[in-house]
Write a protein that binds this ligand. Sequence first.
Ligand code: UDP
Length: 475
Amino acid sequence: MKIERKQSVVLVPCPYQGHLTPMLQLGSILYSQGFSVIVAHTQYNAPNYSNYPQFVFHSMDDGFQVIDISFPSLENLYSMNENCKVHLRDYLVTMMEEVGNELACIVYDNVMFFVDDVATQLKVPTIVLSTFSAAFTHSMITIFPQPEKYFPFEDSQLLDPLPDLHPLRYKDVPFFVINNTVPEAALEFHRAICDIGSSVATIWNTMQDLESSMLLRLQEHYKVPFFPIGPFHKMVPLASSTSLLEEDNSCIEWLDRQAPNSVLYVSLGSLATIDDKELIETAWGLANSEQPFLWVIRPGSISGFQCAEALPDGFEEMIGERGRIVKWAPQKQVLAHPAIGGFYTHCGWNSMLESISEQVPMICRPIIADQLVNARYLTQIYKVGIELEVIERTVIEKTIMKLMLSEEGKDVKKRVVDMKQNIVAAMQIGGTSQKNLKDLIDFISVLPSRLPPPTPVVGAIMSSNHTSSKCIRES
Ligand code: UDP
């Protein structure tokens, strides 16, 4: 039966895997609720159109044909914001002549902050999508007003608590830290991504039950309605691939041959890089633990090397059938496989949500930014992860054994099983994510098109039910 589509929504994703994925998933959610979905994307890391025949795509000239922007440096991110401005504006002007009042709003990734200027000029309402945890955003907006309270710090303070930011330590400062301080340029950039401009609401790929106290604090700061409707990958009615790299599906057959809960999945996400020394320590830690493992070594993820050639000589032969190394895995399928017993992760927000959703306990090896905050919440608040304290083969080996074989590991597993149940509850009819989604759809449906954004409403959405919501384990 043909659905009569409601208004159109324009989505502007940030073109890195951990950002593109949730925006495309949000597009599928909105499409399933009757909206037409238009994706205005950069040429760099353009999504695969054939996976989304139901969307309209518009490619913006990002000016990056000759520059390598595979790493999102501040310079690259600012250039992207600058270069796309005119293209988005011209496109929207033409589109609005065609669809008129059918354009409900623009939803943009907060890293693509240029959208606010364009939308304000054209008087189109915007909604910001945060692809980060609420805890990470909270840590940033707590530090911004008085950075001098935090930086510079002494080496001796690394394990001390960060003021007002329990459970974070100085070691977990979620910005680029150089000489125990954060350069003003980095603070400035993060202020830009935390500034929602004239947006009328924010959407979060998180669950109200999981991050309720952080979301409430953020809502007091932002003073617009909040819609935590995650985890998106579980809210999507029909999942299409969002992967920018080719997934090696052969690892699923290998997993089929492994015992239940026996395999450690190892992946540091789509952007993180480590040096060859860490690669070698990890390899020996995995080998000496004698646990089966599936290890993603992404091309370009080992500084100075193409891919896995920095592994110890003969490593793969020595491991034989006990281990499997791939360049890129179908991660959600891997985590859902009954053979997976643990996840050695960099604690990217998508990876963390995907792992909890499949009740997989974690070993936390965060590298930068939000990963440091996520890791602290995993190990100290939710207690579904074990911190890898030192990158050294014997420590890696012991941490793997602790997670996979010890009584402590069993307790971690029990807690992640409980957490998964809370996610399931949030997604059921009457659950918080479903309810917030319904509120979001109603909210977008009545947005005044092409008018100045309405006066922000304090706590309009979340305050209606946050007091009755069950806080999972946040203290
Ligand atoms: N991913 C994947 N295959 C891999 C490694 C990662 O599909 O081999 C996906 C993973 O499922 C997640 C995304 O890449 O959705 C990584 O996002 P995350 O926020 O965890 O980390 P980031 O890459 O942004 O650091």
